[in-house]
Design a protein around this ligand. Structure first.
Ligand code: AHR
Length: 502
């Protein structure tokens, strides 16, 4: 066992807890939409064919925003294909995922789903095969109250009130050579600036996200952000970041330290944006929309799209099964996102259902929670008020990928209104328990509300449709609070949440 000494103090405030940190993502990819959120043959399906069991799990997960409809899919998408009478909608080739898109779900259905799930929609426009006009058309269809061709078309399609979508992504991963309509930073920056400028002529209050790097390891990383923001700084509010991690070659130590890479990604993008701000002599700051993040085993067979003449509808794709270590990494990535709440204004766990997802479904059958469901749901429910940086004194360990990594990472939240405190902590040690000694004296009179731990002697344990609960967060009976000091023992490879109140 080793000891980690942590100090909490309301003076270490980073910024507010933002509900939008707990966003997710629904893409027309694999079984995310069809047999995921939408399955008319399911016993719980509503009039639109949406599964109520999935809506209930989405609520339990505590999702705030949902990005839609892609992802790589959006870069070839014609949004008009998905409106009007369903039986007259075209079937199209989806080049991004070598699938057939039946267009049974489009923008109107998605907005009804979002309302039912009580999530804020975040829309993405196609800047791969399309441009300014089509983005304006979609915005008119969604947000103009009425009296124009496209807003009246929406009304004729059943939605009298505008959808009032605030957050819009200007394309997706335009830096990636795999993207349909991939562009250079300069080409994309110009297009993003002009699309944003025109969209603001319809609605000046939009929150617009420029497409940033699809990974910190991209050869154009840094230069991409600098060029795109040089073109579009005045017109956008956020720049996106995407990151996926996985355990490679049995290197669990590096995998558990993945949040160091996310920290580096966030601080690098912020520094680059601030450098452009300085050059332009502006006061406005660009925030980060971390609108794709998760664990994803991209090299595995289930992530390979079909090939040749096979263009299936809703194939099994990217259906990763997550284990306990994956859940601990997801928890540590949430710690990183919260710790940077001064800069990360929105984030989306990619994705929501079936596709690299916390929620899984059987077609017409059962739905269940993967291990990664739990840290997300717990953090979304417990993080309230202000984010506090936690001072941590803990030994480090050496990783192959990221150098020295602290064995324990943590962040806390403090609600100044109720006095409630939540501490989120991971133990990255693969072999040793950690004794957490937490100094709470700067917030007097705190008492323990609950302490829970997610871990398992076998960190490769995965949930299944038949057993998604025998390994779930369990009460941690070692937690005590005495004289302003919280102590608890946490197992190796664990995610831990302690809640305290006055
Ligand atoms: O989330 C899966 C895919 O990952 C998205 O379509 C794309 O944007 C990213 O490369």
């Amino acid at each position: 066992m080793f000891t980690a000494t942590l100090t909490l103090d309301p003076a270490f405030r980073v910024g507010p807890v933002r509900r939008r940190t707990f966003g997710s993502f629904v893409e027309h990819l694999g079984r995310c939409v069809y047999t995921g959120i939408h399955d008319p043959s399911h016993p719980s399906a509503d009039a639109d064919g949406f599964r109520q069991d999935v809506i209930e799990l989405t609520r339990q997960l505590g999702v705030s925003t949902v990005r839609y409809p892609g992802g790589n899919f959006v870069s070839g998408y014609r949004w008009e294909d998905g409106i009007g009478p369903v039986d007259r909608r075209p079937r199209r080739l989806d080049l991004a995922w070598h699938s057939t898109e039946p267009n049974l779900v489009g923008v109107d259905e998605f907005m009804r789903w979002a309302a039912a799930a009580q999530v804020e929609p975040m829309m993405a426009v196609n800047l791969g095969t399309r441009g300014v006009q089509e983005a304006l058309d979609l915005l008119e269809y969604c947000n103009v109250p009425g009296g124009t061709a496209l807003s009246d078309l929406r009304r004729a399609n059943g939605a009298q009130a505008p959808y009032k979508v605030t957050m819009w992504c200007l394309g997706n991963e335009m830096d990636g050579p795999w993207q349909i309509g991939h562009k250079t930073a300069h080409e994309y920056g110009r297009l993003a600036a002009e699309t944003a400028r025109a969209m603001r002529m319809i609605d000046p209050d939009l929150e617009l996200v420029a497409s940033g790097s699809s990974g910190v390891g991209m050869p154009t990383f840094g230069e991409w952000e600098q060029t795109v923001l040089t073109e579009a700084y005045e017109q956008v509010d956020m720049i996106s970041a995407h990151a996926y991690y996985c355990e490679q070659d049995g290197d669990l130590g590096s995998f558990l330290a993945s949040a160091l890479d996310m920290d580096h990604f966030i601080t690098s993008v912020a520094a680059t944006a601030d450098a452009v701000r300085a050059h332009k002599k502006l006061s406005k700051r660009i925030a980060i929309s971390f609108d794709e993040w998760n664990v994803w085993y991209q090299h595995r067979a289930e992530s390979q799209p079909p090939t040749g003449d096979d263009w299936p509808v809703a194939p099994v794709l990217l259906e990763d099964r997550y284990n306990v270590a994956d859940a601990v990494v997801v928890g540590s990535l949430l710690i990183s996102l919260l710790r940077h709440t001064d800069r990360v204004a929105a984030a989306s766990l990619a994705q929501l259902v079936n596709v690299i997802a916390p929620i899984m479904t059987e077609p017409s059958g059962r739905s269940w929670k993967q291990t990664i469901f739990h840290p997300f749901a717990q953090a979304s429910s417990a993080a309230v008020g202000d984010v506090l940086e936690v001072a941590i004194d803990v030994p480090t360990y050496e990783t192959t990928k990221f150098g020295d990594a602290p064995l324990v990472d943590a962040v806390a939240t403090h609600d100044p209104e109720t006095g409630a405190v939540a501490l989120f902590a991971v133990n990255r040690s693969t072999a040793q328990e950690a004794r957490l000694e937490v100094d709470l004296r700067s917030i007097p009179a705190l008492r323990l509300t609950s302490a829970s731990t997610l871990s398992n002697p076998d960190h490769t344990w995965q949930a299944t449709v038949d057993d998604d609960s025998s390994v779930a967060p369990r009460s941690n009976a070692t937690a005590t609070v005495e004289d302003g000091r919280l102590s608890l023992t946490v197992p190796p490879v664990s995610w831990n949440v302690v809640r305290l109140g006055l």
